[in-house]
Design a protein around this ligand. Structure first.
Ligand code: NAG
Ligand code: NAG
Ligand code: NAG
Ligand code: NAG
Length: 352
């Protein structure tokens, strides 16, 4: 091959590579997130609530140690998912006034720590209810149309991946703590009530253009440090009753996923199984390199979260990578990374 031919050949190879990169990257052009503290990247910083984490040591392992309002020492599962989809490393919070629609066009988070499917759950800590997350999404949709133009925005909205991650607070912050819902519903009825709200929500975003959706199941709630402690402060086993509720709820959620796939033309909705991933990490901790899965890294690890986990908390661990949980309820960045990798490998690869 002459030098001239060689350089032409090289150029075409480069173009081909570039083209395939662009083609892959545009498969899912945006990640759109709804939910609670498992995925809130900082919306609660901009509302009046005590469900906050925009202070140290939160975020201490996030690029230079910045507390962004994420309930972890670093990135969240959805941040890792975004990166795995070829999108930015961090999913920006919708209420952050420093972010523009140009940034939100490739990913946006409407989640709010402390919220649930049930309006009564978001009332407990005055956080953003799920219906309000939907209102924000509608507002975003209009901004996206102005920014990208009608046709391009429709394409973004239908090719985007929508992640929903919530439900734990409906049980641990509401049903099992406050008297109102238990006086109305048995646990099984309450599960059905929540699943009904999940269904309405998916139908609403479907009408607004969503076609790729992941509905995340509940984690084994009884294995969260806070719940272990409540049940048996000495032995600290997982609280089986809470795990069973999570398990039963997840079965209902999976039925809903099957149902919606059959009934909403053109939708592809998947169930995100974080229960098994978390349970395995907690039960087989050593194979993950976790030295402690019973308590969180922050403070004593038994109860601290939000304002209780702060710079003055004594005993905060030095290496969060050895812990499954960062505070008494939320995974460390490392566990979030593991969850995201497994979700990509087992579930979300269908969208690539
Ligand atoms: C927003 O930008 C201003 C000015 O650059 C800066 O002072 C502030 O810290 C930023 N806020 C956030 C949440 O990034
Ligand atoms: C939650 O509140 C919103 C706004 O008031 C209302 O439209 C919605 O019907 C409520 N959801 C349920 C399940 O009650
Ligand atoms: C732990 O690992 C073993 C061996 O890989 C596996 O058989 C078992 O199911 C795992 N336990 C959990 C709770 O996933
Ligand atoms: C996911 O798949 C990749 C590539 O096959 C592999 O390297 C990685 O270990 C897997 N991760 C998990 C958590 O299964």
């Amino acid at each position: 091959m002459s030098l001239e031919h060689y350089s032409q050949w090289l150029l075409s190879v480069q173009l081909l590579l570039l083209y395939s990169m662009v083609a892959t990257a545009s498969k899912v052009p945006a990640l759109i997130v709804f939910g609670d503290s498992s995925v809130d990247s900082g919306n609660n910083n901009y509302i009046q609530t005590v469900a906050r984490s925009n202070f140290r040591p939160y975020g201490r392992d996030l690029g230079g140690g910045s507390p962004t309002g994420r309930f972890s020492n670093g990135r969240l599962t959805t941040d890792f998912l975004s990166e795995a989809l070829g999108l930015p490393r961090l999913v920006p919070a919708y209420l952050n006034p420093n972010m523009s629609i140009a940034e939100f066009a490739s990913g946006v988070c409407f989640a709010s720590a402390g919220t649930g499917y049930d309006n009564a759950t978001s009332d407990v800590l005055s956080v953003i209810p799920l219906w309000k997350e939907l209102e924000y999404f509608k507002e975003y949709r209009e901004k996206l149309k102005s920014f990208q133009g009608e046709a391009k925005a429709q394409e973004t909205l239908s090719e985007a991946l929508y992640v929903m991650s919530l439900g734990t607070n409906d049980f641990v912050e509401n049903y099992y703590v406050l008297p109102h819902r238990p006086s109305q519903f048995t646990v099984a009825e309450y599960e059905d009530f929540l699943v009904g709200i999940a269904e309405e929500f998916v139908r609403s975003i479907y009408k607004l253009g969503a076609r790729k959706v992941e509905l995340t199941g509940l984690p084994p709630m009884g294995c969260l440090p806070l719940e272990r402690v409540k049940i048996n402060p000495i032995l600290r086993g997982c609280y089986e009753e809470y795990n069973k509720v999570a398990w039963d709820f997840n079965i209902k959620l999976q039925k809903l996923v099957d149902n919606l796939n059959q009934n909403l033309a053109g939708i592809r909705i998947v169930y995100g199984d974080v229960y098994d991933i978390l349970f395995d990490a907690v039960q087989n901790s050593s194979s993950y390199g976790f030295e402690n899965v019973m308590v969180g890294c922050c403070g004593t690890g038994l109860f601290e979260m939000s304002y209780m986990c702060n710079r003055r908390s004594p005993f905060t661990c030095s290496d969060a990578n050895k812990y499954a949980f960062w505070d008494s309820m939320h995974p460390t960045e490392r566990l979030n990374n593991i969850i995201a990798d497994k979700l990509m490998n087992t579930t979300l690869h269908v969208f690539l």
